[in-house]
Design a protein around this ligand. Structure first.
Ligand SMILES: [Zn+2]
Length: 121
């Protein structure tokens, strides 16, 4: 990212390094998003949003990156907690079974596993 320049309310111009030798010229308008443009092959002459625009916005609003990361982390933590809760439920269920019930459940699980392997692999 070179030369980030604010150009009014929610508007930024920048030069962003790309795969080409010359940096791409990026104009981002966060209020009128479709007014944004970049001269990279993906976005030039189109209304497409490209990674250079995204990089420009994240550079202009670094606190948004932190907020976004925090949200992703919260999602991951919630998923982990759900998995742990489910695993604990399984452990409780298995511990609640009597020996012959365990044998039956294990056999059923093994048969199902074999059938799945035949089906999918
Ligand atoms: Zn671009």
């Amino acid at each position: 990212m070179k030369n980030l320049r604010p150009g009014g309310e929610g508007v930024f111009d920048a030069e962003v390094e790309g795969t080409a030798n010359l940096p791409y010229t990026v104009h981002v308008d966060t209020v009128h998003v479709r007014q944004s443009h970049c001269d990279c092959p993906h976005a030039a002459g189109t209304k497409r949003i490209c990674k250079h625009m995204v990089a420009t916005v994240f550079t202009a609003y670094p606190q948004q990156v932190d907020a976004f990361k925090w949200e992703v982390e919260q999602e991951e933590l919630a998923f982990q907690r759900e998995e742990e809760a489910h695993r604990a439920e399984l452990v409780r269920y298995v511990n609640s079974l009597k020996k012959d019930e365990l044998r039956e459940a294990l056999l059923a699980a093994l048969i199902e596993l074999e059938e799945r392997q035949d089906r999918w692999w």
